[in-house]
Design a protein around this ligand. Structure first.
Ligand SMILES: Cc1cc2nc3c(=O)[nH]c(=O)nc-3n(C[C@H](O)[C@H](O)[C@H](O)COP(=O)(O)OP(=O)(O)OC[C@H]3O[C@@H](n4cnc5c(N)ncnc54)[C@H](O)[C@@H]3O)c2cc1C
Ligand SMILES: Cc1cc2nc3c(=O)[nH]c(=O)nc-3n(C[C@H](O)[C@H](O)[C@H](O)COP(=O)(O)O)c2cc1C
Length: 777
């Protein structure tokens, strides 16, 4: 096979040498614009796992790379004069130059032709490419080949918010170091790691607006370096910062990271119209330097393509299809983690007010790929020490029964109510009432979940009037019989468990008068239902399902008074029923949510228009509810923190919404999202709504509940420990298992949890069995 690699960076060189190893008869050329052994960049970082892959792919170069590596285990975080160190992270650093030299030499040894000082303007005009069977576009981030065939590759380039500069220093860092320094313009951070005997990479980064405010956009290169030296002087210990970008002038050494994704990686065309031209490395994708994966991804692309060709020696088209399929998935995985990491560093100012211990933990777990238990595997002492710190801050003992208390099992207090742990049974409509009356079904359903170990059980959306119901099966609190029904349940929970119980009050608005979920979710009632449809009201006229739902009419001021008073009456009955906690439902497109979202509020009076106006009525209801609810008891407010529709509520709005409810006296914000419009395009995934709880908590400064695809103790521990939320609401897993909390605690080996005394024999057996399973693993 005749192969040409355009670009002699890590991907082009590595692919060339692997293919030559596979079959010495292959004719392989690498065309590079720089001179031999001439390159930019400081150190590159690999994890131990990447080194393992190199070892399998080409032991000879892997040996040399390993020999040249500086290995370190620890990460150090410096913030506000404190240093927090954790171990077990297993990274290696090597000079980029050194790495390329090893790969160039290995290419030469194997007989790859290296052509230097040839700047390829147009791949179709490169003589070496004529008659090639395969052309590799390994020409880096600003790939000309990618631009030429952009119609096929369909690249998407997202230029990120921070400015950063790659610098070096002779200061020998003995840990991967993150240093944060505050200036009058904002925060700057340095990412530093040693990659050879006496040199470290030192990247300085700050948001664009801080960079401009500090005047760095107008500084000459030397002046900017002096600025950074002064700012990070105590970390540099008298060493200078060095630039190796001699060709760059003024502020052009400061770049904004471009995140590159390509829809396709293979173009068939090239100089003779039928040659596959294949993207590899930075030309195909980039991953933010804060997870140190650019070079790793480039080398792993090369390994995969070589493997695919070996598997399909006579069918190059299939090999290329497999390569694209395998690598694009893997790259997306890394890019997702990289996006979380990028965003964390773009928003450092959100986290700097966390205590340094928690700030460091938040940094370590920022990509959501490293969880609490994963950190424990890396450094048990660090995690136990930190767990003790979290427990102490929550007012609990540092240790129980010889072990630290996991963050999930620390208590939480709002007003006079202390929850025994951080788990909330999220409200879930059950559609199992007649005339809004909670009876035996709810006693068993909620009673079982209260016995299941959660700190707080939130009863489903309970409607403040018959017209406020979603379906004829929804519970209510508009009469005394319903109050008595709820009281029976609350008394059971208080008499038999140490869980607290909350009620969620709501009004369905335009999403009311529908069938029970299993008969047709969101569908209007029909002849087969027990009741006829009732008239709908909301902020503005609305039809939730186009052409299907009944139209709602806009509320008049008289409607507003009536509905507000219904909320107040229900609140008083909830207090009389003995509930410990109240949640006001302002999410999911229901009545109060319909005022908040611009998608559903088209009013032109003082209740529509600006966010301030749209919040006016929900805040009026909140204030009336707050005044009617006993002062020592907390109220949480559930919001849709993102409508997932252009022109709808965004997470930025959610911060303002949270601030407004905080000022009005809310104790927590329960951060859900969506269900406001059928046009929504949510991005689901593990813990997908937790970033909203994180932002609200750390920007608006109010306690939050995270909810959505939180499904194991490890998730909860990471969220609570990192200060992303104060409580975690778990919904669907509690449908599968009312005792979810008890099972999860046993799974992580935490035995100092109380079970209902009637069930204790089951506790010992479960713990023993799980202990055996853990030992076997
Ligand atoms: C300025 C800069 C500094 C960096 N520093 C570091 C660092 O210190 N540590 C780290 O881990 N990562 C660093 N990176 C990221 C890292 O270099 C990449 O993720 C990784 O090298 C990707 O490998 P690659 O082979 O795909 O691309 P590259 O390493 O970019 O290699 C592409 C090669 O193609 C050549 N080329 C480009 N266009 C042409 C053309 N038209 N004709 C001929 N040759 C061409 C280039 O000269 C280059 O040698 C840096 C990136 C940049 C842009
Ligand atoms: C059957 C069911 C009913 C629900 N009813 C309500 C409700 O009454 N009020 C509410 O705010 N959310 C309701 N939700 C949303 C959940 O409280 C929760 O936010 C959502 O299911 C995401 O959490 P999970 O991934 O743990 O299931 C309901 C969810 C389910 C599955």
């Amino acid at each position: 096979m005749k192969i040409v690699c355009v670009g002699g960076g890590p991907s082009g060189l590595y692919f060339a040498l692997l293919m030559k190893r596979q079959n010495p008869a292959h004719e392989i050329t690498v065309v590079e614009r720089n001179r031999p052994y001439d390159t930019y960049g400081w150190g590159v970082v690999f994890s131990d796992q990447t080194l393992g892959n190199l070892q399998v792919a080409d032991p000879t170069s892997a040996e040399q790379i390993l020999g040249a590596f500086n290995h370190w285990d620890d990460i150090e975080v410096h913030i506000r004069g404190r240093t927090i160190r954790s171990g077990g992270h297993g990274f290696c650093g090597i000079g980029r130059k050194r790495l390329l030299n090893i790969l160039q030499r290995r290419c030469e040894e194997l007989g790859v032709e290296l052509v230097f000082e040839t700047d390829v303007q147009d791949v179709t005009e490169l003589p070496a490419c004529r008659g090639a069977d395969l052309i590799i576009a390994s020409d880096g981030l600003n790939s000309r080949v990618r631009t030429k065939y952009a119609a096929t590759y369909r690249p998407d380039i997202d230029t990120r918010r921070c400015r950063f500069v790659w610098l070096g220093t002779k200061r020998r860092f003995d840990a991967f170091t993150f240093a944060f320094e505050e200036t009058e313009w904002g925060w700057f951070q340095a990412h530093a790691y040693r990659f050879d005997e006496d040199t470290s990479t030192f990247i300085v980064e700050t948001p664009e607006e801080v960079w401009r405010a500090a005047g760095l956009d107008r500084m000459e290169k030397e002046e900017a370096i002096a600025f950074c030296e002064k700012l990070f002087a105590k970390h540099l210990e008298g060493n200078a910062l060095i630039s190796n970008a001699a060709h760059l002038r003024g502020s052009s050494q400061w770049i904004r990271f471009p995140r590159v994704v390509c829809e396709r990686w293979v173009h068939v065309g090239g100089p003779d119209g039928a040659t596959p031209v294949v993207l590899m490395g930075d030309a195909a994708h980039t991953a933010h330097f804060s997870i140190g994966s650019g070079t790793k991804l480039a080398l792993e692309d090369a390994i995969e393509l070589e493997r695919c060709v070996a598997k399909n020696p006579r069918d190059l088209a299939s090999a290329l299809r497999d390569y694209e399929a395998v690598r694009s998935v893997e790259v997306l995985r890394i890019q997702n983690a990289a996006r979380n990491s990028t965003e964390w560093f773009e928003n450092v100012s959100r986290y700097v007010n966390l205590p340094p211990e928690q700030f460091a933990y938040s940094l370590l777990t920022r990509s959501q790929r490293i969880s609490h238990e994963n950190l424990r595997l890396r450094d048990r002492n660090y995690v136990e020490e930190f767990e003790g710190w979290i427990a102490e801050r929550a007012g609990a003992a540092r240790h129980v029964g010889g072990g630290a208390i996991p963050p999930m099992f620390t208590p939480f207090t709002a007003r006079s109510v202390t929850l025994k742990n951080r788990i909330v049974v999220s409200p879930m409509a059950q559609y199992s009432c007649v005339a809004g009356l909670p009876a035996d079904y709810h006693l068993v359903h909620l009673g079982a979940r209260a016995m299941g170990g959660a700190g707080l059980v939130v009863a489903e959306m309970t409607c403040v009037s018959p017209e406020a119901r979603i379906t004829p099966g929804c519970p209510g609190l508009w009469n005394d019989a319903q109050r008595a029904g709820w009281r029976r349940i609350v008394e059971f929970v208080h008499a038999n468990t140490d869980a607290k119980i909350a009620i969620q009050l709501g009004h369905a608005g335009a999403k009311g008068s529908t069938r029970r979920a299993w008969d047709g979710i969101d569908q209007p009632l029909d002849d087969t239902d027990t009741e006829p449809n009732w008239p709908l009201i909301s902020a503005s006229p609305q039809q939730y399902l186009d052409g299907i739902s009944d139209w709602s009419r806009a509320m008049t001021r008289a409607d507003m008074d009536r509905v507000r008073d219904d909320f107040v009456a229900a609140t008083k009955r909830a207090a009389e029923a003995g509930f410990d906690w109240l949640e006001l439902h302002c999410a999911h497109g229901y009545l109060l949510s319909s005022f908040i979202s611009p998608l559903t509020n088209l009013r032109t009076d003082e209740y529509g228009g600006s966010l301030e106006n749209r919040l006016r009525y929900p805040l009026e209801v909140f204030a009336a509810v707050r005044a009617a609810w006993p002062e020592p008891l907390p109220i949480s407010v559930r919001i849709s923190a993102h409508d997932w529709v252009d022109g709808g509520i965004t997470p930025d709005d959610a911060i303002e919404i949270a601030r407004a409810f905080k000022t009005a006296g809310a104790d927590l914000i329960d951060c859900s999202s969506g269900q406001v419009s059928k046009l929504e395009q949510p991005v689901f995934g593990r813990m997908f709504q937790t970033p909203f709880a994180d932002r609200v908590r750390n920007e608006a400064g109010i306690a939050t509940i995270a909810v959505g695809a939180i499904s194991e103790a490890d998730h909860v521990n990471s969220i609570i420990a990192a200060g992303r939320a104060d409580l975690c609401a778990i919904a669907r897993p509690h449908l599968a298992n009312p005792a979810w909390t008890l099972l999860e605690s046993a799974k992580i080996g935490y035995t100092a949890i109380d079970w209902p005394r009637q069930y204790r024999a089951g506790k010992a057996q479960l713990e023993r069995n799980l202990e055996r399973e853990r030992a076997a693993r």
